[in-house]
Ligand binder design. Structure first.
Ligand code: COA
Length: 133
């Protein structure tokens, strides 16, 4: 069987890595898209918190594409890069790869998304993103 989107992992540290478990599956036996969206939100927020040097909230999911299914047992790696910084907002691109089939390892790019976060002050109102060091 031809494996679509078979690729190498990016040469950078992933924001998160997590194994997809049976409890994350949908009725069809593959992994529930909402679980993947949750992992993407967490991964994006890690990059945004680092850039904001503090609390953030997700204000928008600008795009979200599921290229390939994720299966139980897949090891998911989410790579997050800040692609835009506004006055109070930080936009992050997240790419998700699945590693599967340890006896004949395959890496598949399964998902990519772009999310915008807002830096928050102690009253949960937007605050200016600090200058980069
Ligand atoms: C995030 C929040 C504090 C922003 O408050 P707000 O009054 O809408 O803020 P503003 O209109 O000043 O917008 C703040 C920034 O977000 C950006 N923004 C707002 N809505 C956006 C959207 N739909 N898409 C992209 N960016 C958006 C604005 O352009 C602005 O960016 P900038 O300062 O870099 O120019 C408020 O919307 C909120 O609390 N939302 C709920 C967040 C949350 O709970 N997220 C988790 C969901 S489960």
């Amino acid at each position: 069987m031809k494996i679509k989107n078979k690729v190498q992992l990016p040469n950078q540290q992933p924001a998160i890595r997590v194994a997809a478990m049976p409890k994350d599956a949908n009725a069809g036996g593959s992994i529930f898209g909402g679980w993947i969206m949750s992992q993407v939100d967490i991964a994006g927020s890690i990059a945004a918190v680092e850039r904001a040097k503090g609390k953030v909230a997700t204000v928008a999911v600008n795009s979200f594409e599921f290229h390939e299914p994720v299966f139980i047992g897949d090891l998911i790696s989410c790579y997050a890069d800040v692609i835009r910084v506004g006055h109070t907002s930080i936009t992050v691109k997240v790419e998700v790869y699945a590693q599967r089939n340890p006896s004949n390892p395959q890496t598949v790019k399964v998902t990519e998304a772009e999310l915008t976060f807002v830096a928050l002050d102690e009253n949960r109102r937007p605050r200016q993103v600090p200058a980069e060091n």
